[in-house]
Design a protein around this ligand. Structure first.
Ligand SMILES: Cc1cc2nc3c(=O)[nH]c(=O)nc-3n(C[C@H](O)[C@H](O)[C@H](O)COP(=O)(O)OP(=O)(O)OC[C@H]3O[C@@H](n4cnc5c(N)ncnc54)[C@H](O)[C@@H]3O)c2cc1C
Length: 403
């Protein structure tokens, strides 16, 4: 049955991207339907690491400063230091000027969807988008309903049904696959880690298991991570799919051994694709826009995607607002905003990524270590969002300006 009256905007997917778009557009006064195929609280395979640029976004856009994030239970733990390895060699370690935070996605995503509902969006849970008619601007759902809208936003994650409805000319499948990542991740209760860690791995984890560890070359064109949560330790590897293929399980077992957690090598990690530099340069077709993982937006070096989900959704929401107020084509405005505010940054980060991984491929570890030591604090600032990856210049507007 066609839902009537029509919506201004229908959003497929209620992760960080979808909830951001819904929250902003409902706040602008539009009639918004957010369709989420699962029910909250729902989990998402993720390390849950929030850089400062994400934390600042939550404050600026959702009016959730750090104390409010804590109050909402969104900050599970804090990483005040870090350790970075190439294979088993410690290259950098120390205290961070500003911490990384770790969240639990089931809480994070449920909270942001609730915020969208409080702003006035209709949040429909347990409703999957099954088909999109771009010309008619309608989506059909798993329960047979059809929603008509003036704009459709695809925020339905890496497997996006909305993206798959785009013509090949808009989303080149070969390009998409070229920079598609894959990750394996295991969440292990802290008490089990404490009981079974052997401490004899080549990479010694600190005693209190409080320091985030990154290990380059744990897989090809990717890295391994150990992230501390309050009750759990999250261990993962992620890298370019085409460079690793079937090697991931073996590399993951090796990584567990290297960090002294070989006792957990029999456990089956969760496997999940992740964008790794495969963003779609023009993620719009007719009046449908792709945001977040659906458009491949994530850090090409780290695969950090939560911030990019928020930020692309923010840019899309402003493009939609302009469309609904002036008639300007939403896709053109969105692509212009991405080109102005985000894609140059992703390109610069991808160039750095290529340099790092080419050095690793060619075992140029010594020059790479020298480079990492020389640029360390600036790269951390760029990841945290206070510097640009373009020349590492300071830029306070980098992740906040819209027009
Ligand atoms: C192993 C791993 C570790 C990661 N670690 C980090 C990290 O530490 N920090 C970080 O910033 N990023 C991390 N990422 C990336 C991050 O998880 C994603 O970039 C982020 O979740 C993207 O948000 P999103 O809203 O675009 O998509 P998602 O979070 O995937 O949300 C999409 C939503 O759409 C819904 N959906 C799907 N299909 C439909 C449909 N047909 N109809 C309706 N709803 C639908 C899904 O149920 C889901 O709720 C990691 C990724 C992986 C795989």
């Amino acid at each position: 049955m066609e839902k009537s009256p029509d919506y201004d905007v229908v959003i497929a997917g209620g992760g960080p991207a979808g909830s951001t778009a819904a929250y902003l557009l409902a706040g602008f006064g539009y009639r918004v339907a957010l369709l989420e195929k699962q029910r909250y609280p729902r989990n998402k395979v993720c390390g849950g690491c929030l850089s400062q640029k994400s934390v600042r976004f939550l404050d600026r856009v959702f009016h959730l400063p750090l104390p409010a994030l804590r109050q909402e239970g969104l900050i599970d733990s804090t990483g005040n230091g870090y350790a970075l390895y190439i294979e088993s060699r410690r290259v950098l370690a120390g205290a961070l000027a500003e911490p990384f935070y770790f969240t639990r996605r089931e809480r994070y995503d449920a909270c942001l969807a609730r915020k969208a509902a409080e702003a006035g969006a209709e949040v429909h849970e347990g409703v999957a988008v099954t088909a999109i008619n771009h010309a008619r601007r309608t989506v059909t759902t798993s329960d047979g309903d059809r929603y008509a809208a003036r704009v459709i936003i695809g925020a339905d994650g890496i497997h996006s049904r909305v993206r798959r409805s785009f013509p090949v000319a808009a989303v080149d499948p070969e390009e998409w696959k070229r920079n598609l990542g894959w990750a394996l991740e295991l969440t292990i209760p802290r008490r089990e880690v404490e009981a079974l860690a052997t401490g004899d791995g080549a990479i010694p984890l600190c005693n209190d298991l409080a320091t985030p560890h990154l290990v380059f070359a744990a897989c090809r064109w990717g890295y391994g991570w150990v992230f501390p949560n309050r009750e759990e330790i999250i261990v993962g590897i992620g890298g370019l799919l085409r460079k690793n293929r079937k090697d991931f399980p073996g590399q993951f077992a090796e990584f567990l051994k290297a960090i002294g957690l070989g006792a957990f090598a029999d456990l089956k990690p969760a496997g999940y694709p992740l964008p790794f530099g495969n963003y779609i340069p023009a993620p719009a077709h007719e009046a449908t826009l792709l945001v977040g993982d659906a458009g491949g937006f994530a850090s090409p070096i780290l695969g950090e995607g939560i911030f990019y989900a928020h930020r692309t959704a923010e840019l899309a929401a402003h493009a939609v607002d302009r469309h609904l107020t002036t008639g300007a084509p939403p896709g053109e405005t969105y692509i212009a905003l991405l080109n102005r505010r985000l894609i140059p940054e992703l390109e610069a980060e991808a160039a750095l990524r290529n340099l790092i991984y080419r050095c690793l491929d060619n075992r140029m570890h010594l020059p790479l270590m020298a480079f990492m030591k020389a640029t360390n604090s600036r790269v951390i600032d760029a990841v945290q969002g206070s510097r640009s990856f373009r020349g590492f210049r300071r830029d306070d507007d980098l992740h906040t300006a819209i027009w």
